[in-house]
Design a protein around this ligand. Sequence first.
Ligand code: HEC
Length: 179
Amino acid sequence: MSNNANVYTTQAKVIHGAFIAVMIVVSLMTPYWVFGLVPFFTSPDMEVLERSTDATILPEGYALTWASAEEEAQAIDDFNWCRNCHSLKEGEKHRTGPNLYQILGQPYANQPQFYYSAPFKALRDEGAIWTYEALDAFIKNPGAEVPGTRMRYPPAIFENMQNDDARARAMKYMLINTQ
Ligand code: HEC
């Protein structure tokens, strides 16, 4: 063979192989990096902790009603991104995030079969409970409130959740629909 340009050298094979390996890892990991998506759930036999019946936690958040149809329509809009990752009604399947049925007063990470992050499981073990204030702080900035959480926002929803009115509406929608 006289034309060297046609020889597929070992060095080229190694470079191409490494490139393909990197592409495979990036394409497998991108759904996790961007959306926190994992392709599995955990076993159903996790112990479900009792929901708090503390009167100072529950009525405050679960006595909410819509002031007007416009407010509700706006809230549906504010909650739209959340809906991609969270179901709300009893017994509905987990999505990328866990089902949020009766979230207020619930211990953190209390949904069987959902694959929670290590920091979430640690908070559950410490006895942390979802109060209105805890939900508000987490929803405002999940990564800052619980470093290492698997809950991710795209930039647009992050920006929207920095707005106190939009966040209060999204939370109201969540609370009214998870009673
Ligand atoms: C891209 C997916 C995604 C989006 C969008 C998202 N979440 Fe989540 N959410 C998650 C995941 C994943 C977890 C579990 C976190 C962990 O294990 O670290 C979670 C956890 C939660 C929890 C705690 C649940 C529990 O069982 O302890 C609440 C409450 C919550 N999200 C509310 C919201 C609200 C409100 C929005 C919209 C503003 C929202 N989420 C948007 C994925 C998402």
